[in-house]
Ligand binder design. Structure first.
Ligand SMILES: [Zn+2]
Ligand SMILES: [Zn+2]
Length: 449
């Protein structure tokens, strides 16, 4: 027969499960990562609030001196189950007692302690902005004056770790999708607003509010980058806020390799799958998305088949594309005025001929040299070969390089140009260019703005 635990044993067990703050059995046992000690969740929160409201930085109540996180970890299931198993009666009594003591959570202006919030406006201290509009944070508690809330913002402009006491009007609920007021975002799709107004893929704007659970309002800016092709109409975006689904935009940031959504690029080498060249060096494309930490999804304009090719490429397999100077269109035959050097060797000897594949930027063009590499070369190092010297004028097909470097792709780096309803599991937002209606996202017009 199993021995009943003695009072002494039980006392010992209770000691093991006691909170270092209230010294009673832990309720909602929460283990701090700093030193692994466990406390009642409410005890730690009260500890944080008391320290924060007295102008200090809350440090571990276990004595390890580390800062305590304002967002506490999930409670420890193992500890709770162990208490339920070893000390069922004591725990039940303790929980009953705590339930009787429990009070309605305090509210001020609709905000209660430990709720996630964001600054609805800039918060000033004197003349200085200490918290930017949109900054996220967590409410720590209500001040004794019953007018202010103590808030820990995730970041302060002055770098301070201290909490700020603010009136509820300075706070708002966080926007959906983790977006922030004023945050710069980029359109991941072409957004159709009505028959003659749309937001082009890659348009940049800033967040100005939210609409419901999964929509934010964005004020888009007109594209400042130059038209990529001479015939391209400069599209104007609406001057009023547009309501978009949170999956239709992303935070604006440089992608791997420094490229950006909707940037015009060209293949810097021929891309090969198996023994088939799927994209020739110089082939133009558009960056659609970041595929992974190392690859970008690019849709290439492959003219032979007419169907655009979606590939997940490494940054070195593409380079920026821009319109070349009027006198040097793609297909122009040029000659190197002098040796084109890498740091250690002559890559292209003076006099070598090549064909311009496309522009890279204002001073560089991408040239496929005969019997040599395809490379970006300074316009100043090239001269145009007069037409009479040529057998036939340069054609688009003549731009296919002979001995240019080749990159071999795996089959899975090729993407069928599908048009998913949203980003798929693999994170690809793949679509064809030009965009057909099935790949176009429809955004609602917010007429209130
Ligand atoms: Zn406690
Ligand atoms: Zn600690």
């Amino acid at each position: 027969m199993q021995a009943m635990p003695s009072d002494d044993d039980e006392e010992e067990a209770a000691e093991l499960f006691s909170c270092g703050i209230c010294e009673d059995l832990m309720i909602v046992p929460t283990t701090l990562v700093c030193c692994g000690r466990s406390f009642c969740k409410e005890c730690v929160r009260l500890w944080i609030k008391t320290n924060a409201q007295s102008g200090g930085i809350p440090r571990c109540p276990g004595g390890c001196m580390q800062k305590v996180p304002y967002r506490l970890p999930k409670h420890s299931i193992a500890l709770r189950v162990a208490m339920e198993t070893l000390l069922p009666k004591r725990l039940a009594a303790r929980l009953k007692e705590a339930a009787e003591d429990e009070q309605e959570p305090e509210q001020l202006g609709g905000f209660q302690a430990w709720s996630e919030i964001a600054a609805s406006r800039d918060i000033l201290y004197g003349n200085n902005v200490i918290v930017r509009q949109g900054s996220p944070g967590i409410v720590v508690g209500i001040c004794e004056d019953a007018v202010h809330l103590t808030v820990k913002f995730d970041e302060r402009e002055d770098g301070s770790d201290l909490c700020v006491n603010v009136v509820p009007e300075a706070l708002m609920l966080p926007l959906p999708g983790g977006f922030r007021l004023r945050q710069h975002v980029v359109a991941l799709y072409e957004l159709l607003l009505n028959s003659d107004m749309k937001v082009p893929l890659g348009s940049v704007g800033h967040v100005i509010g939210s609409l419901g659970e999964d929509r934010i309002t964005v004020l888009f800016e007109s594209l400042s980058r130059p038209a990529a092709t001479p015939g391209e109409v400069h599209q104007s975006v609406p001057e009023y806020p547009v309501s978009v689904n949170i999956r239709e935009v992303a935070a604006k940031r440089p992608l791997v390799g420094g490229f950006s959504i909707a940037q015009k690029v060209q293949a810097s080498m021929s891309l090969v799958v198996g023994s088939r060249v799927v994209v020739h060096a110089g082939c133009r494309g558009t960056v659609l998305a970041e595929f992974s930490d190392t690859r970008l999804t690019v849709v290439f304009e492959t003219s032979e088949t007419g169907a655009p090719n979606c590939c997940n490429v490494l940054p070195l397999e593409i380079m920026p594309w821009c319109q070349t100077l009027p006198g040097l269109p793609a297909g122009t035959t040029v000659r190197a005025l002098h040796h084109l050097m890498s740091p250690h060797a002559i890559i292209v000897p003076a006099g070598a001929r090549g064909t311009i594949l496309g522009g890279v930027d204002a001073s560089l063009v991408f040239v496929s040299f005969d019997n040599g590499p395809a490379m970006a070369a300074a316009i100043s190092s090239l001269e145009r070969v007069p037409d009479p010297e040529l057998g036939s004028p340069g054609q688009e097909d003549a731009a296919i390089p002979q001995g240019s470097p080749v990159s071999v792709l795996d089959e899975d780096e090729m993407e069928e140009p599908e048009c998913p309803d949203g980003p798929s599991d693999k994170g690809i937002a793949c679509m064809s260019t030009p965009l057909d209606s099935s790949s176009v996202r429809v955004g609602n017009v917010d007429a209130s703005g």
